[in-house]
Design a protein around this ligand. Structure first.
Ligand SMILES: Cc1cc2nc3c(=O)[nH]c(=O)nc-3n(C[C@H](O)[C@H](O)[C@H](O)COP(=O)(O)O)c2cc1C
Length: 170
């Protein structure tokens, strides 16, 4: 089955991005899917109180988010993207994942950006979703010490096209 044969799906892309790289990946995913007539909602996950990276989560408690939970029941697929912070998802995305409801049976695609050392980022995201009964159907890490160039964005494009072209991903 080819990409274009799919009937339009509702896709949520939730992401956190401090310096714009994860946002670039998010935009690329959105562009690819929009071209194939899927309906996209982009959701920037933001902490209610913005502070320096090392100050988040000092007490281990969840971070209060601006718009904590979007109803996942409205979507067929949910992408979640994070920058890698200290070999892990950012504490903002960790809080988002912990606060998510209606995860059971839902299909997720997880992605991260980093300079080169992703550590256990995707594994940790996948574990939280798995515990809640979510199904991770794809994952991607984009490594770059520079702003994302055309080559990196092509990797994202190919990843999304391949994912949606494979039969029975959903
Ligand atoms: C607090 C902090 C911790 C980071 N830790 C890592 C890390 O462990 N491994 C890595 O490869 N990059 C690390 N980085 C770099 C970011 O993951 C990378 O620049 C990422 O693409 C930024 O995404 P953004 O532009 O969407 O915020 C860190 C950056 C910050 C601010």
């Amino acid at each position: 089955m080819v990409f274009e044969d799919y009937s339009p799906m509702r896709v949520l892309i939730s992401f956190h991005s401090k310096t714009g790289r994860t946002e670039s990946v998010t935009k690329q995913i959105s562009e690819v899917l929009t071209k194939s007539n899927h309906e996209i909602v982009m959701h920037r996950v933001l902490p209610r109180r913005v502070m320096k990276a090392h100050r988040y989560n000092k007490d281990g408690k969840d971070i209060e988010l601006v718009e904590p939970v979007v109803d996942l029941n409205d979507f067929d697929v949910v992408f979640i993207g994070t920058p890698v912070w200290n070999f892990c998802p950012s504490p903002i995305i960790l809080s988002y994942l912990r606060q998510l409801t209606n995860v059971k049976g839902k299909s997720f695609v997880i992605f991260s950006t980093c300079t080169g050392l992703p550590g256990t980022t995707l594994k940790r995201m996948a574990n939280i979703l798995a515990v809640k009964g979510g199904k991770v159907i794809g994952s991607l890490t984009i490594k770059s010490i520079f702003d994302l160039d055309e080559e990196k964005l092509q990797i994202v494009k190919q990843f999304v096209e391949k994912l949606f072209a494979s039969v029975d991903v959903l």
